[in-house]
Design a protein around this ligand. Structure first.
Ligand code: AP5
Length: 213
């Protein structure tokens, strides 16, 4: 199945996508991770998008669509994928229909108050990409990644100012995708407020139901 994970920043898309990717044995493609990797490596793409990501604005559609198209063309996406953070605009969604239409879109629901709590306490591993939260999912050793022992970082776009901008961008540019996919009959909502374990359970039971259709 080709999944798209849709939802506001901080809803837990990346956290669930990492677990779901292992369970379903399909790659997790996060446009945010691809951009952050390019920034870390100092590639021309990274230099171009660095300030856009720090502010919490969107990278231009042309660049983003090209990046995703090239990633989906790779062999490991043959049996499906989980797209996390793409599409985020109507032109991106229209482009995706032409080269890899989603079979199911999961829309994560979370209040703004919870979003701010989750993003302001997030810590990320710059080496392996693991995601933590100082209260909800702390590492075993303070500020160090459980998997690779790298020192955890706070993302540059997890400041209150950038979070507010990201929420505004989400509401104006990405919310219209809910109607876009509802019209196509492929959108399912998941309540993202329970624990990460419970959200994974809801997702897996949703897939079972979809398979029986
Ligand atoms: P991106 O990396 O996609 O950021 P985002 O959509 O804002 O989403 P986040 O990664 O912030 O949140 P998430 O929903 O994955 O939550 P997470 O699992 O980390 O994009 C970054 C930037 O790249 C964009 O702003 C833009 O500039 C650019 N970009 C990316 N895609 C683009 C596109 N298509 N077009 C143009 N530009 C694009 O969880 C958050 C926190 O909550 C963590 O601390 C986690 O531990 C905790 N948590 C997760 N689940 C739970 C739970 N169930 N209970 C309690 N805590 C939880």
């Amino acid at each position: 199945m080709n999944f798209v994970f849709l939802g506001p920043p901080g809803a837990g898309k990346g956290t669930l996508a990492k677990q779901a990717s292992e369970k379903l044995k399909v790659p997790h493609i996060s446009t945010g991770d691809l951009f952050r990797e390019a920034i870390q490596k100092g590639t021309p793409l990274g230099k171009e998008v660095q300030s856009i990501l720090s502010r919490g604005d969107l990278v231009p559609d042309g660049l983003t669509i090209q990046l995703v198209r090239e990633r989906i063309d790779q062999e490991d996406c043959r049996n499906g994928f989980i797209l996390d953070g793409f599409p985020r605009t109507i032109p991106q969604a229209e482009a995706l229909q032409t080269f890899a239409p989603p079979t199911q879109v999961i829309n994560f629901l979370l209040s703004e108050e919870e979003i701010i709590k989750r993003l302001s306490g997030r810590r990320s591993c710059p080496q392996c990409g693991a995601i933590y939260h100082i209260a909800f999912n702390p590492p075993r050793i303070d500020e160090l990644c459980d998997s690779c022992s790298a020192r955890l970082i706070t993302r540059k776009d997890d400041t209150i100012e950038a979070i507010k901008n990201r929420l505004g961008v989400y509401n104006s540019q990405t919310v219209p995708l809910i109607a876009f996919y509802e019209k196509r009959g492929i959108l399912s909502n998941i309540d993202a407020s329970p624990s990460a374990v419970e959200v994974l359970e809801s997702f897996l039971s949703l897939i079972q139901k979809l398979k029986k259709r």
